[in-house]
Ligand binder design. Sequence first.
Ligand code: F0G
Length: 465
Amino acid sequence: MADTAYQQCIHPDCAATFEVDRVLTACPKCGALLDVQYDWDRLPVPRWADFEQRWASKGAQGRGRLDFSGVWRFRELLPFYGNDDRIVTIGEGRTNLQDARELARQIGFDPGNLFLQYEGLNPTGSFKDNGMTAAFTHARMVGARRVACASTGNTSASLAMFAAHAGLQGIVFIGSGKIAYGKLSQALDYGTLTLQVEGDFDACLRNLRDIVSEHPELGIYLMNSINPFRLEGQKSIMYRILEARDWRVPDWIVVPGGNLGNSAAFGKAFGELRQLGLIGRLPRLAVIQAAGADPLYTLYHEQGLRWNGGRWDHSLRDDLWAKNIAVRTVASAIEIGKPVNLPKCLRSLELMDGVVREVDDETILEHKALVGRYGFGCEPASAASVAGARLLREEGVIDADAEVVCILTGHQLKDPDATVRYHTGIDMMAAQETAPRCDPAGRASNRPIPVPDDLAAIVRVIEAH
Ligand code: F0G
């Protein structure tokens, strides 16, 4: 199967191809990003019905092990791995699509039309496991010894679990004070080497890329989403959404944007499904950034940067990158100033007739609380998708009767401090006794109420609410 898969430079004037088992993170000829591509004409054309069968035959071993995974259940759509034995899986991707009727009503959608794709249900609590299973499979194909990533937290948690599972040495680079404790605790618990770099995510990734290219003797395999195999796994999020809808395409996919790997993967997924004749039309794409970390919003929405058939204006990006704008947002997962997948995201936005918006921290936290209040739950970055959907609804870009899927990228328990701070005004990270205790001002905050150890008093408080 391997000769039907290859790597290809995304620049249309280069389009150089490379073997699937080479370890590359950029085109050796021109430096552009790479895709994993397939010779679909020489591969069996999958049918939706084949995938449906598999959920019934899932098991812990053999082929059932692959059917148990929400990524490898769709293996004909990412056929780069050669043979089944190479696949590294921990049962990732068993996530689901939730009909968020009450939330829909609250934020201006027709009930029954707003859905949440609940990626926090992955083994490490974020969508990253979808990509990690594919990248670890490739790492095993090429005999990697060490695996490493820069991370705002979730990638490191996911890498750490897969490395422990696959018996490889894991190394994670995290920015000082830039990571939610739930995520840091995972990397530590899974025994990965955790390097706290004095700097932000962009500094971590720059250091790691330099180490990989300047120190090949270390044998480090890079696990960030610049690795095209990661994105092959993340395509499966879209397959599961379609599966949950009996293969009907929704009108909109709304996703938070950080390093822009998801938006890159989603466009590739839908482009391939159309090419294979499995779908007839594409949903539109909305990428939502935090106002404190909004390079895509600046470039795409404000400055009009477009993919332009692959001949996009590099100078707009280079000028923005040269400003080294400091990024800061409560949604620490997407606190990224120089997203590496920008070109692929632009390509997806063109293919899916996309839009980009930004939302501020207060709005993010309010919508996180609304997601929680109406029976779901997510970390701050994920709530940007719901806040963005509401904004686009208010602008009239999305119609009330449109079918909209927001991606909830990470679990609520990833960042309990942000949640407690929002609802109580108490900073749990600061010294408990000396921490400032201000009244929470958030519109959706739900304060704990102090009560005496007295039954009658407690009953009075309950009756008053
Ligand atoms: N949501 C969550 C919860 C994330 O952890 C991330 C990225 C994103 C959204 C953004 O996704 O990069 O595909 O646009 N987290 C990375 C990390 C950067 O290191 O964990 P993207």
